[in-house]
Design a protein around this ligand. Sequence first.
Ligand SMILES: [Zn+2]
Length: 88
Amino acid sequence: MTLPKQVRIGSILYKVEAEEALIAKAEGSTGYCNNTRAVIGIDASLADDIAHEVLTHEVVEAINYQLQLGLTHTQIAGVAFLLSDITL
Ligand SMILES: [Zn+2]
């Protein structure tokens, strides 16, 4: 899977960046969502299916932030896991 260059989440256009060695720099994290810079970072070394699931996870993180849903991280991970299965 090729990552999209950007994703629109609500009214905000997030830039999607594949980052080299993100896992090492971010102490094991495979992705992140920076809501103030509107950037989603994904580790560049991930297998396609994993990168897709991580991107979906970070999109759910952004939705949780924008809508102030107050989801726990476990809930975010669960929703993202299910969504990534239907959006392939
Ligand atoms: Zn997360």
